[in-house]
Design a protein around this ligand. Structure first.
Ligand SMILES: C[S@@+](CC[C@H](N)C(=O)[O-])C[C@H]1O[C@@H](n2cnc3c(N)ncnc32)[C@H](O)[C@@H]1O
Length: 279
């Protein structure tokens, strides 16, 4: 993995081709920085990594083939479709797929974003091997039966040169959260529990360390390119401050960006975001 870049530049703008793919004219900009997911301190870092990689992979702006595995209601799939990419969401939840369908219809994106019911273990029946430029697997490895098998399935649908965007819950963050909540015993348990859980009432099935994540990705035959922390401080700042103090939300966003790839901050973020490539 290359050394961490302390101050990443703003991602280049998505190219604006004269004739978008598909029959309907579709706006091709990635989500704006001021509003939407790219403007939220909780998701901005992921969008910035994705925007840069999409622009690099698709300089002509023809649109890429994207799979959002466990994409749920389309929080990422819909903006990616609006940016001109061809997105397939595979998810086992009929309710999520119905909500996705509504958002897709409202956005006029029915020729760009499709939902398929299924899960990562059926992926080879739903998506052709080696046919995808970018696989998103966001907040899904925490819930699947077998993370190694799920990642192998995700890697299998990537073209050579294709990327995996992986977002998972970070074990280190849970240690701090339980300790700050006044439960040092549960914090200690997160450290030693096989799945990084603080107890039977923990709503998260498993969390990952940086090392575990890198090993899982390598075992799936992918090469780690970037690793960022997501929500390093966003979950610690009271929302009342953000709502009432002028400029606080923008300052928090800037701070998240600055901390996301600086140690030790990266490694205590609520989530870890990893970008990997299939060679
Ligand atoms: C926490 S949500 C994340 C949704 C979306 N990726 C996001 O970042 O907003 C987890 C999603 O994984 C889906 N899921 C659960 N088990 C799965 C499996 N075995 N394969 C694929 N998706 C699964 C759930 O239905 C749900 O939509």
């Amino acid at each position: 993995m290359p050394p961490a870049d302390p101050d990443p530049p703003a991602p280049p703008p998505t190219p604006q081709p004269p004739s978008p793919v598909g029959s309907q004219p579709v706006p091709r900009a990635m989500p704006s920085r001021a509003t939407g997911p790219a403007g939220s301190a909780r998701t901005a870092v992921v969008w910035e990594v994705l925007s840069a990689v999409l622009a690099e992979t698709d300089p002509a702006g023809d649109g890429l083939d994207v799979l959002d595995a466990g994409g749920g209601t389309g929080g990422f799939a819909v903006p990616l479709g609006a940016a001109g990419h061809r997105v397939t969401v595979v998810d086992p939840s009929p309710d999520s797929l119905a909500a996705l369908q509504r958002r897709v219809a409202e956005g006029g994106l029915t020729d760009r974003v499709v939902g398929r019911q299924g899960d990562l273990s059926d992926l080879s029946d739903l998506v052709a091997p080696g046919s995808v430029d970018l696989v998103l697997c966001h907040s899904v490895l925490e819930v699947v039966e077998d993370p190694a098998e799920a990642l192998a399935a995700a890697a299998g649908v990537l073209r050579p040169g294709g990327r995996l965007s992986l977002l998972v819950a970070n074990r280190a963050a849970a240690v701090l959260v339980r300790a700050l909540a006044g439960h040092p015993d549960e914090a200690a348990r997160v450290l030693t529990d096989l799945d990084g859980r603080w107890g039977p009432a923990d709503g998260v099935r498993r969390r990952f360390t940086v090392e575990q994540l890198e090993q899982l990705v390598s075992a799936a035959g992918l090469e780690v390119e970037q690793l960022h922390g997501v929500r390093v401080v966003a979950d610690l700042v009271p929302s009342a401050v953000l709502d009432t103090e002028p400029g606080a939300a923008a300052a928090l966003l800037a701070l998240e960006r600055a901390l996301s790839n600086r140690l030790p901050f990266r490694d205590i973020a609520t989530q870890l975001h990893l970008l990997a490539v299939r060679r």
